[in-house]
Ligand binder design. Sequence first.
Ligand SMILES: *Cc1c(COP(=O)(O)O)cnc(C)c1O
Length: 328
Amino acid sequence: MNALNFPPRYPLGIFPTPLVEAPRLAAALGGPRLFIKRDDMTGFGFGGNKIRILEFFLAQAVDEGADVIVTAGGPQSNHVRATAAAARLAGLDVAAVLHDSRPAETQGNLLLDELLDVTLHFTNSPDRALVDQQIEVVAEALRQAGRKPYVIPRGGATPLGALGYVRCVQELNEQLAALDLRPDWLVLATGSCGTQAGLLAGARLYGAPYRVLGVTVSRPLAECLVRVGALAHQAAELVGQPVDIAEEDVRVLDGYIGPGYGIPTPECATAIRLAARTEGLFLDPTYTGKGLAGLIGEIQAGRIGPDETVVFLHTGGEPGLFAHPEIV
Ligand SMILES: *Cc1c(COP(=O)(O)O)cnc(C)c1O
């Protein structure tokens, strides 16, 4: 393989993140050998997967001479919070379009957004796709006012953002080699699909023993399959090493969204309590709780066996817990 040609990064995180075994959680599940890749500990702005992704966007924003970052998400968006913290570190202003209306309580990520003095624009509509159009409206108003906005789409789910998780595969490969591990599965929660796409591209580019399994917590299965495949392909192209992503390598598990994005299910609450009570490990109600619920479901259904080894990617999101006291 030729050396991959990565664009510049603005350093935000502390890497490598730990890879730790979770024997009590594994025993409680009667299941496979289980490791957690602690990307909740990416080391900046309450961490999470968005930190790796943002390093590429921030470098480009600074290079283009932007003075304000514009992005979007929900009132408890980890992406908006992490983007805002990164923007502040780089000396930039930040505006965000949030779907729904302002919650009665300023908690969790929303509290952090306020602390970071993000200019918030609520759409007052539950339509999550609406924010994608509104980002452009806000960016254009800023241009008219003489500012230089840099737009980061929802979730940072672009080929550039996905490169954060191409790099993560190389990091994880080194950790696995040092422990002499060849896991069968890498399981994660999938939202806007950039993280899974990066992992899939990285697994193809660097080689990896495991299959990547995303548990969708947000988008319909068919949409995820298309997005993950396309973003993985484009991410590999972006580093100058195009790969074919086979359809059967794009694995997304459905059935764990429940009534909707960001609404915890009983299985999600059970998974969160179990991780806390067996490992002292905090998951989140929107992504990782549902992701672990998906893994538990696969173990219970016998599709992931006791002789296998699984890495669960902890993508962060803990601030969201504080907006969901009903979980305990
Ligand atoms: C954004 C996010 C994800 C999903 O990542 P995508 O790249 O959007 O699929 C998973 N977990 C947490 C905590 C997140 O904030």
